[in-house]
Design a protein around this ligand. Structure first.
Ligand SMILES: Cc1cc2nc3c(=O)[nH]c(=O)nc-3n(C[C@H](O)[C@H](O)[C@H](O)COP(=O)(O)OP(=O)(O)OC[C@H]3O[C@@H](n4cnc5c(N)ncnc54)[C@H](O)[C@@H]3O)c2cc1C
Ligand code: SF4
Ligand code: SF4
Ligand code: SF4
Length: 396
């Protein structure tokens, strides 16, 4: 049966708990708030299928030739409600128009992030937008399999490791399955997210009505976290100032597996990969109006077919994949481990959320000066048109 010796070797994908024929694997939160399998040895029959479906133990190597596109949805309302170019919604609508079902990440009533499914276009709104917290897969692999077995078209969206978990769990190819993953920076702890929600509610003396991680009110590139409260207070703060986003982007509260992720590759198990086209202003300036441009990889024949189906609803340009990921290293590289992470989690129950983030995520004076200097040099290089050249030279 499944045993976790090193937490870095479990992404919490739920494939083992979904497959267990005796339902004796429970996914339990550890002290950092991440889920790991826990086996009830009294019920276990030692059949070994949990080990057989673990995507970390059984690595899949994909050989393909992905193509990259810059694109965005022509429907501006949907585009502005989405994190990047609003491409997810178009694929999802196509599946639903053809009698299918769409799986993805939504907020539940208490704003925890969970995987769920929808069969109507009206229901897609909850699925739109990035939620920067690990989404709980729950029983959705089992539910997707039931739909697939009865011949229903299924679009399953998630992080690359969630798609890896689904494919491992299914153990066979389905012609009616379409998978979308994302370029994934990493996923923050659900416990840190819960702490942020409580902090926000206490500070604003109200319960929360709505959360948007990627509001474009101040632009797509300087995106903001927006929180609407039931007492009519509206909170809007850019990603570099919001306390949760600070902790996320400092890599202090990510799942241990995210610091050595096996799923960061250009050869992916999904049919389509969705991402932000960071750096679009340098690569294809005419595709940038700061309302959100997607970078997509087409990884398979199904992916190419699906893209053909939505082409009349998007503006797009094919681009060189290596140039496209130049500003988006999360496509192929894991983030650096933050050495303060251990102490951050040691103090999570002692400090209030703002104190915790101030203590562990503030830049010291030297880092602040370095960042300022970097920004000045960057602006000068950009003005004289040498930014891309210098960046390329530095990469060498
Ligand atoms: C945790 C996380 C890290 C990311 N890191 C990067 C990155 O480093 N670089 C980059 O370019 N893009 C990253 N993205 C992807 C990016 O933010 C957009 O989600 C993506 O470009 C799709 O945008 P869209 O406009 O097409 O659709 P949207 O409507 O914005 O996206 C909705 C889709 O995102 C999925 N989704 C939302 N939250 C989650 C979640 N917690 N877990 C799994 N799936 C989720 C939904 O199921 C749905 O399929 C990340 C997304 C997430 C959730
Ligand atoms: S060995 Fe079989 S019964 Fe035991 S935990 Fe794994 S899947 Fe469940
Ligand atoms: S199947 Fe997924 S949740 Fe289970 S041990 Fe492997 S990585 Fe962890
Ligand atoms: S970084 Fe890797 S392990 Fe972490 S959530 Fe993303 S795909 Fe999974």
């Amino acid at each position: 049966m499944i045993t976790i010796n090193d937490k870095k070797d479990c992404m919490g994908c739920h494939a083992c708990s979904n497959i267990c024929p005796k339902s004796c694997i429970t996914m339990k939160s550890d002290s950092e708030g991440f889920w790991y399998p826990s086996v009830d040895y009294n019920k276990c029959i030692k059949c070994g299928v949990c080990v057989k479906v673990c995507p970390i133990i059984n690595k899949t190597v994909v050989q393909n030739n992905p193509r990259a596109y810059a694109c965005y949805n022509k429907n501006e309302t949907v585009r502005l409600e989405s994190s990047s170019g609003g491409i997810f919604t178009l694929f999802a609508e196509h599946i639903i128009n053809n009698g299918g079902v769409v799986f993805g990440a939504v907020f539940d009533k208490s704003f925890s992030v969970v995987h769920s499914y929808v069969e109507t276009k009206e229901g897609l709104e909850r699925f739109r937008g990035s939620k920067y917290v690990q989404s709980k897969i729950g029983d959705t692999y089992k539910q997707a399999k039931e739909f697939l077995d009865e011949g229903t078209k299924v679009l399953f969206t998630g992080t690359p490791c969630q798609i890896g978990g689904l494919k491992s769990y299914l153990q066979k190819d389905y012609g009616n399955l379409f998978c979308i993953d994302i370029i994934c920076h990493g996923v923050p702890s659900p416990k840190v997210w819960e702490k942020y929600i409580s902090y926000q509610q206490n500070w604003n003396e109200s319960t929360i009505r709505k959360i948007i991680f990627r509001s474009k009110d101040k632009g797509w590139k300087r995106y903001s976290v927006s929180v609407s409260f039931n007492n009519a207070i509206e909170y809007l703060q850019t990603f570099d100032k919001d306390l949760f986003m600070k902790a996320f982007l400092k890599n202090i509260c990510l799942r241990p597996s995210c610091y050595k992720c096996d799923f960061k590759t250009l050869h992916r198990q999904s049919d389509i990969t969705l991402a932000d086209f960071w750096g679009i202003q340098n690569v294809l300036p005419d595709m940038d109006d700061d309302k959100g441009t997607s970078l997509i990889f087409v990884n398979s024949i199904i992916g190419q077919y699906m893209l053909e189906n939505i082409k009349d609803k998007i503006l797009y340009k094919e681009t060189d994949i290596n140039e496209a990921i130049f500003y988006n290293s999360s496509a192929i590289k894991s983030v650096k481990y933050n050495p303060k992470r251990e102490n951050f989690f040691k103090e999570i129950n002692q400090l209030s959320f703002d104190k915790l983030v101030q203590k562990y995520c503030s830049d010291n004076i030297l880092v602040r000066i370095k960042k300022k200097l970097k920004a000045v040099v960057r602006t000068i290089l950009k003005k004289i048109g040498l930014l891309v050249v210098v960046k390329k030279l530095l990469e060498i």
